[in-house]
Write a protein that binds this ligand. Structure first.
Ligand code: SF4
Length: 354
């Protein structure tokens, strides 16, 4: 990576006052830019996200570019707020939004440099026993982390905490680099590291996730973390109706997780918010054209999977969990579930849901 540098203006983002300091830090050959962002606040409180936990995202945007990623809205929000406030010119806005509105999430990555000062201040607001999840709207170990080491700096600060509960979600084997810090973190806090994997089929993963690590690499990383003593498991999210929700597919993932000595396994169905549709539905139409009208019907007017589908999937997951010797869904992960599920027509699925 190498590239030019240019002055960029002051930005205000989602409940966080931030200053886009001064530079495009780096640029890849295919055009992805990495832009410095100096946040004044780095922890999102539950009141800001509607979740029961605090969240921390070392980057805005994610180079892995999964077609189903629901976090695109975060990038859009940052850029649109800046433009509305007159802090991005129209030309800069086009560049930072992308032609279709979704590309910039994958190709204009904001790097939250110098986070430790902001984190120090924010941690004073977090009561004992609270949960902080790292990587709810970005992958904290995406390739840029190898160079910028923002996540590692965050973990170094967090190892001084006591009595908190931490979750980390990633698709990247780069997390193994930080096994030492993860071990220290869990000495005086609770920790769950979630290795994210929706399929063990590398060809299918490539269709759905533009630049993510291959499934085998993620499973090897999981095994290395567990061998090092880190409390790590697998997260299967999203489960894609008609694509990855059949028993055979899920059974293969559970078996792979067991072979990798996963301590736990979680799963949840696709959320198809408006910000995702422009990116995901064309991919669905290209690879699974028969499913396109079914998804449109099932997710019409809302982002959550139909209630009956979600319940049936949950039963299927529980059966597989029992079969492979995993404990029930943890209380921490229950917080990801929406309080209210919409009632809509059930998707017609490839697998015969029980
Ligand atoms: S790795 Fe996670 S944050 Fe990154 S694009 Fe994929 S789903 Fe989104």
């Amino acid at each position: 990576m190498a590239g030019p540098s240019k002055q960029l203006p002051l930005l205000q983002t989602d409940r966080q006052a931030v200053r886009l300091s001064d530079a495009v830090l780096d640029q890849r050959l295919r055009g992805t830019k990495f832009v410095s962002l100096t946040p004044r606040r780095v922890l999102n409180p539950p009141s800001a996200t509607g979740m029961d936990y605090w969240s921390l995202n070392p980057y805005v945007g994610c180079e892995f570019g999964c077609s189903y990623c629901y976090a695109r809205y975060t990038h859009r929000y940052v850029v649109e707020r800046a433009h509305d406030a007159g802090k991005l010119t129209d030309a800069e806005f086009v560049d930072y939004r992308g032609v279709h509105g979704w590309e910039a999430f994958e190709k204009r990555i904001f790097v939250k440099e110098h986070v430790v000062g902001a984190l120090d201040a924010d941690l004073k607001r977090v009561p004992m026993g609270e949960c902080i999840v790292i990587g709810t709207a970005t992958d904290p170990y995406q390739p840029a982390e190898r160079r910028f080491r923002v996540t590692r700096a965050v973990l170094q600060r967090l190892t001084r905490c006591e009595g908190l509960s931490f979750g980390i979600i990633t698709k990247s084997s780069l997390i193994v680099r930080d096994s030492d810090l993860l071990m220290r973190l869990q000495e005086r806090n609770e920790l769950q590291v979630h290795i994210s994997l929706i399929t063990a089929d590398a060809r299918l993963a490539r269709k759905l996730e533009a630049r993510s690590p291959v499934p085998a690499a993620r499973l090897r990383a999981l095994r290395k973390l567990v061998d090092a003593g880190v409390n790590a498991g697998l997260i299967i999210a999203p489960v894609l109706p008609g694509i990855t929700d059949d028993v055979a597919h899920l059974d293969m993932l559970f078996a792979a997780a067991r072979d990798a000595q996963a301590r736990f396994i979680h799963a949840g169905p696709l959320r198809l918010y408006p910000a995702i549709r422009d990116r995901f539905l064309p991919v669905l139409g290209e690879h699974f054209p028969d499913l396109l009208p079914k998804y449109r019907r099932a997710y019409a007017g809302h982002g959550y999977a139909p209630r009956d589908y979600a319940r049936a999937l949950s039963r299927r997951i529980e059966k597989l969990r029992k079969k492979h010797g995993f404990a029930n869904q943890s209380a921490m992960f229950d917080r990801y579930r929406p309080a209210k599920m919409p009632v809509q027509g059930e998707l017609e699925l490839r697998g015969s849901l029980p």
